[in-house]
Design a protein around this ligand. Structure first.
Ligand code: ATP
Ligand code: ZN
Length: 303
């Protein structure tokens, strides 16, 4: 008999998200926007899906890739930094890839960066040979160093990486940076980016071939319909025919204008804009002849 047993067929999908922390709320909000709702359990570690057979498991972010690898969960919302770190660690340990990122979700942005003491004069990665680098991302860092043939010592720390240079346990650090305030407070400056990270939807390399497959496909389609329109705005206005070419020029980044006949030979125009529409931009359009300008947020779409 084969040592590898097929996972038992399940008809409910299980998604792991962070219980507390930076990704917890946005992950829940995104799944809610996809039409999911849950009956909360009292311990709040497991939330039973009500609107669809999709349950939530609330865990530490570090546990999410492993839960997917073990087949305990089908999907997870986790930082690309965490997913890549555990993926790289698996490869370094000679294990087969078990999970991958299915979609970028547009929140939880940060960068994994090398940061050196302020007084260092940064000349480039070659300078790192013989140094000690403190990090919670040893696998990504080892790959990065190996790709550049740099012989540095990786000092693995599970937290408070930024104080290691002051404590003398390392010469520099490799850590997550968003605003850079923590680095500045510790007299460090960022010098190299190893990874641009954001929250991702992660799934198993082998997707299930039972009822969960169809659920997953539906969820991904809904997710795309929410994530892809996140920053988009629907712009509507009225204009005289003669002003339309000038307005079109001002809206070069938007989709082609939809034209509908309006009163007195004028037009009602409508277009989808990719980014935010500032007051300044609206006033500019107004000066070029746009009237009754209206900006609407887009909630969801089905492509
Ligand atoms: P847990 O208790 O779940 O282990 P944690 O302390 O490891 O929590 P958080 O600090 O909540 O995790 O960060 C979760 C994720 O948020 C990170 O893995 C990263 O993808 C993202 N993130 C965004 N900005 C930052 C930042 N400035 N510092 C750390 N993580 C950030
Ligand atoms: Zn964590």
């Amino acid at each position: 008999m084969s040592a590898i047993q097929a996972a038992p067929a399940r008809d409910r999908l299980r998604i792991a998200i962070q219980k507390n922390g930076r990704l917890a709320e946005p992950a829940r909000a995104l799944l809610s926007a996809c039409g999911l709702s849950w009956r909360e359990s009292r311990d709040k570690l497991f939330c039973y899906g009500e609107s669809l057979p999709v349950d939530l498991l609330l865990v530490r972010d570090d546990d999410i890739p492993g839960l997917i690898a073990d087949g305990v969960c089908d999907l997870g919302i986790v930082g690309r930094n965490e997913l890549d770190e555990q993926g790289a660690a698996r490869v370094q340990a000679g294990l087969a890839p078990a999970f991958h990122a299915l979609r970028g979700l547009g929140f939880g942005q940060c960068r994994l960066m090398l940061a050196v003491p302020d007084e260092w004069e940064w000349q480039g990665p070659a300078q790192l040979s013989g140094t000690r680098i403190a990090t919670s991302y040893p696998a990504i860092l080892k790959d990065w160093l190996a790709a550049r043939a740099i012989d540095a010592q990786v000092v693995e720390l599970s937290g408070s990486v930024e104080i290691a240079p002051r404590l003398g346990t390392a010469d520099l650090i490799c850590d997550l940076v968003s605003s850079g305030a923590t680095l500045r407070a510790n007299q460090l400056k960022p010098v190299e980016t190893l990874l641009d990270s954001e929250a991702v939807l992660a799934g198993a390399v082998r997707s299930p071939d039972d009822a969960r497959g169809a659920l997953m496909a539906m969820l991904l389609r809904r997710l795309d319909g929410v994530v892809q329109v996140q920053d988009r705005k629907l712009l509507m206005f009225r204009a005289e025919q003669a002003n339309v070419p000038a307005l079109e020029k001002l809206l070069a980044d938007a989709e082609p204008l939809v034209r509908l006949p309006a009163d007195e030979g004028a037009l009602r125009l409508q277009t989808m804009c990719p980014g935010p529409l500032t007051w300044q931009r609206m006033e500019e359009l107004e000066r070029a002849g746009a009237q009754q300008l209206m900006v609407l947020s887009v909630e969801r779409s089905l492509a």
